[in-house]
Design a protein around this ligand. Sequence first.
Ligand SMILES: Nc1ncnc2c1ncn2[C@@H]1O[C@H](COP(=O)(O)OP(=O)(O)OP(=O)(O)O)[C@@H](O)[C@H]1O
Ligand SMILES: [Mg+2]
Length: 360
Amino acid sequence: MDNVTHRYSAAVARPVLDRVSLAIRASEVVSLVGESGCGKTTLGKLIAGLERPSSGRVRFGGRDIWSLRGKEAKAWRLSVQLVHQDPYASLNPGLTIGSTLGAGLVHNKLARHHDLQEHLVALMRQVGLDATPEFLRRYPHQLSGGQRQRVAIARAISVRPQLVVADEVTSMLDVSLRVSILDLLRSFSEERGVASLFISHDLGVVRYFSQGGRILIMFYGVVVEEGPTEEVIAHPRHPYTYLLLEAVPVPNPGLARQRAAARASEVLEGEPSGTGCVYSNRCPFAEAKCRDSRPEAVEVGVGHWVACYFPERVPAVGSVPPVGEGSGGPLDVRSHEGGAKLVGGSTGDVRAGGIASVDG
Ligand SMILES: Nc1ncnc2c1ncn2[C@@H]1O[C@H](COP(=O)(O)OP(=O)(O)OP(=O)(O)O)[C@@H](O)[C@H]1O
Ligand SMILES: [Mg+2]
């Protein structure tokens, strides 16, 4: 997608997506992460053609998807498949698993009635389900959550897509089932060259899924950082990415408390800036410039982009000292800005993005 802006209603000042560009190559594994409401599902829907962008273009194979007609439109519909968070809602409760999967295969001429059973059994095997006629006769309510999600994935891949958009597909599953679903999705990329866009608010899940791939960090409709997964996680260059990474559970109770307090203050100070950097109202490093104009993405490493004026100010992950011992720490803004002072030393005064807040 090129420079896509999206609004659900013209009456709302802030667009849900603001000038987002993203390219996904064949068999690439891309993850999109950001907090609830930042626009992840909206982006997925735009890519899958379920919403039309207010401005900008969504292309597939170089063509604007909204200009496709007839056969081309039909081919594109199959090429991009969306898998949802809630497999129960996305499966027809009145249809057996066999009918659910068979309908798509027959309708799209990927199977004929006489060899349908064979195709269905093969499909079941691919997603790790019981490849038996009895299983195919079951209804969605007779399956576990994990099995239903596998059926939803089977339906998506049955039409041989080139891209699967997986939106929070593991969030309703038990932790014990998550890894197997993630492995299943990954195997399609690795073995069949299916590209995937994996959407989640959970950086831990994303980190696992997109090993060796690319990750996009979104904040209020803006992609603030993008790059190879390992690189972004080891060396975040946007203050928001840093905050997300620091929020991942840690064994040190002192550090954990401090991070929890930082997150609590995040919620309170949530409103994004109107004109400048979307993160400037929460950012501990923000200056006047950040509030005045939005930073363009700059390349800070190979394929590693960040939309921040001061990426060098983001400290190394895991280096934040416990609250109260703040002086000289990497998030102590005094070391970056003369005249700025650390506000408060207790967890009660913890401000956006870390342990310090700039005053003046
Ligand atoms: N159909 C709609 N009509 C109007 N506003 C919408 C619609 N869908 C989403 N929104 C709004 O757009 C914003 C982004 O929503 P979206 O569902 O894309 O976020 P998300 O990142 O997927 O969140 P979550 O992690 O909770 O799934 C939210 O403020 C939401 O309220
Ligand atoms: Mg969503």
